[in-house]
Ligand binder design. Structure first.
Ligand code: AGP
Length: 590
């Protein structure tokens, strides 16, 4: 959470560039925004609110200087106020810092610094960093040494960028457990939390590792915390700037849903990589998926696949619960970590704990992210950058990799069916108008239920998650058979129940559950095969999908109308589906 950017240009004004770059990171946090430039005096504009609101009020691009730093915040320590917005400065205003992460021992450091006379202006953990750097520079250190010394005193996670008018023309960056990349342009350099931020300026990137610092001053040097130079590889990124634009759609989320057929097609080109990884991994007796949120729902589909098609016992553990529940890993267990960002703190911590006890595989979308560097094996989803906070195209891409993995491990017949998924999705997307109309009729309800059995159960959970995160309507996903064990008490006249029932062995039993909710007055929204007359008859509203999509392959296609439904309900309610309140795309805190 939080996004940081820094740039040092050959000439020209840094502030408009910083503003453009930090806009591309707004998915990481939108509680406040701030920019500091140096010419060499440090000048800062910052306030609480989304970038457009703050920009309208402060004209953020109007700052002098060809270098600077910028930040979007997802508040952890301190309310989302102007005082707590980054950049933060030292007492003299000569050192400015942006930070993503959490400094765990900030209270004791702050107390010590206050006793030495430092004046703090915010409630944030971050503010100790500029004051510590100030203290060490006052003792005679240069910016680089003072930053390294300050960081050695701090516990916790950070990606930071620092500028100081005492050392004009220099930016110092550093990372530990929070992402930071270096963009290498023609005589100009960038720092950013994520690649999409800088794609308009360069596609050449260095991935910093934990404990590394970078010094930008017309040249580029990467060091460890002791100042020893570290040689780094420059990677070329094949994502284009256009991929991180809305491309004519009203929102990133809608564009990303419409990109799902191509995301699946592109991910299917990873087949050789999947075969290679399966060969490297060797014999596996048990699978353990670990993930959060939408990635957890993709993992649940994996459980149904591995157990029903290959007979391999499979656990699925929420990453935040991993340390309390994963006792049975061994060298014949394959622990699979699924993460769009590859930076989710809970998932990374679980991966680190599992690495010495099991074979580990990360399935990740963001190139070069932490998970890709820490797992023993890596497979990429080829969804391209996903900017909307709600995961959509990356979910179906994660599913695609999981299906390919199952195919490579013993169910090759899946591959033919996977090849047809993009075409089935394209057909589902054509139904958007009727889903928009449906959304208009259920945008003012307070509760929504999603039910499904077998392969449709994870789809019900994911449908409910999408709805609640972008519409703020209470949505619950249930295994259809569970309703009578409690949730049925919540069903009342007119409560929408989305019944997901693809053709397959669970169909008739799901239909009985549909009858149960109908008998209690629910408004049933059936999602099934277009030729499913029995479901159509039971349902008040019906979303028909290609009859050739059976239950096994259904998670990839049946989620499409549910994503569209949530999107249109959100728009209908006047919300911004790309930036749901209280959430951020990349969750780098536990
Ligand atoms: C879903 O729409 C959310 N963005 C969220 O649940 C997300 O899937 C979760 O935070 C995990 O993120 P990751 O895949 O980047 O690890």
């Amino acid at each position: 959470m939080c996004g940081i950017v820094a740039c040092i240009l050959k000439d020209g004004s840094a502030a408009p560039v910083l503003l453009e770059c930090v806009r591309r990171l707004e998915y990481r946090g939108y509680d406040s925004v701030g920019i500091a430039t140096s010419d060499p005096m440090i000048r800062i504009k910052k306030d609480s609110g989304k970038i457009d609101e703050v920009d309208a009020e402060l004209d953020l691009a109007d700052l002098p200087g060809s270098m600077g730093i910028a930040h979007v915040r997802w508040a952890t320590h301190g309310l989302p106020t102007a005082e707590n917005a980054h950049p933060h400065t030292d007492c003299s205003g000569e050192i400015a810092v942006v930070h993503n992460g959490i400094i765990e021992n900030y209270l004791e450091v702050k107390e010590e610094l206050e006793s030495e006379g430092h004046i703090f202006r915010s409630e944030t953990d971050t503010e100790v960093i500029p004051h510590l750097i100030e203290k060490y520079m006052d003792e005679g250190m240069d910016l680089e040494a003072a930053t390294a010394t300050a960081l050695r005193k701090l516990r916790g996670a950070y990606a930071i960028a620092v500028v100081s008018s005492r050392e004009p023309g220099r930016i110092v960056g550093a990372r530990k457990e929070s992402p930071l990349i270096v963009g290498v342009g023609e005589g100009e350099y960038f720092l950013a939390s994520d690649v999409p931020a800088i794609l308009n300026h360069t596609s050449r990137v260095i991935y910093l590792d934990d404990g590394e610092m970078v010094i930008l001053d017309g040249d580029l040097r990467v060091t460890d915390m002791e100042g020893n130079t570290v040689e780094k590889e420059i990677h070329s990124i094949d994502w284009s700037a256009d991929m991180a634009e809305k491309g004519g759609y009203d929102h990133f989320m809608l564009k990303e849903i419409h990109e799902e057929p191509s995301a699946v097609r592109d991910t299917l080109t990873e087949w050789d990589e999947v075969l290679g990884v399966v060969e490297e991994i060797g014999e596996v007796e048990r699978i353990c998926f670990v993930a959060c949120g939408t990635s957890y729902h993709a993992s649940l589909v994996g459980k149904y696949l591995f157990e029903s098609l290959l007979g391999i016992p499979t656990d699925v553990i929420l990453a935040s619960e991993f340390r309390y529940s994963a006792g049975a890993l061994n060298d014949r267990t394959l622990a699979i970590f699924i993460s769009q960002s590859g930076e989710t703190a809970d998932t990374l911590n679980a991966l680190r704990a599992a690495n010495s006890r099991a074979k580990t595989l990360a399935i990740v979308n963001v190139l070069g992210s932490s998970a890709t560097r820490e797992a023993q094996h890596v497979l990429y989803t080829r969804a391209g950058p996903e900017i909307g906070v709600a995961a959509t195209k990356t979910y179906v891409s994660q599913l695609t990799v999981i299906y390919m993995l199952v195919a490579a491990m013993g169910a090759p017949e899946l591959m033919d069916r996977l090849g047809r998924v993009p075409e089935f999705m394209e057909r589902a997307l054509k139904d958007e108008d009727s889903i928009r109309e449906l959304a208009a009729t259920c945008s003012d309800v307070s509760d929504f239920f999603f039910i499904g059995r077998g392969f449709a159960y994870p789809t019900a959970l994911e449908g409910a998650l999408k709805l609640k995160e972008i519409t703020y309507i209470h949505g619950e996903g249930y295994a259809a058979g569970e309703l009578k064990h409690g949730p049925l008490a919540l069903i009342d006249n007119g409560v929408p129940v989305v019944a997901i029932s693809p053709p397959g062995p669970c169909h008739d039993k799901t239909l009985s559950n549909v009858e149960e909710v109908r008998a209690r007055g629910a408004r049933v929204i059936g999602v099934g095969s277009i030729s499913d007359e029995s479901l159509r008859k039971e349902a008040d509203d019906f979303i028909g999908l290609d009859p050739e999509v059976d239950d096994v392959i259904s998670p990839l296609i049946y989620i499409v109308p549910l994503q569209l439904l949530s999107y249109h309900v959100s728009v209908e309610r006047g919300l911004d589906p790309d930036k749901p309140k209280n959430l951020a795309k990349c969750v780098t805190v536990e």
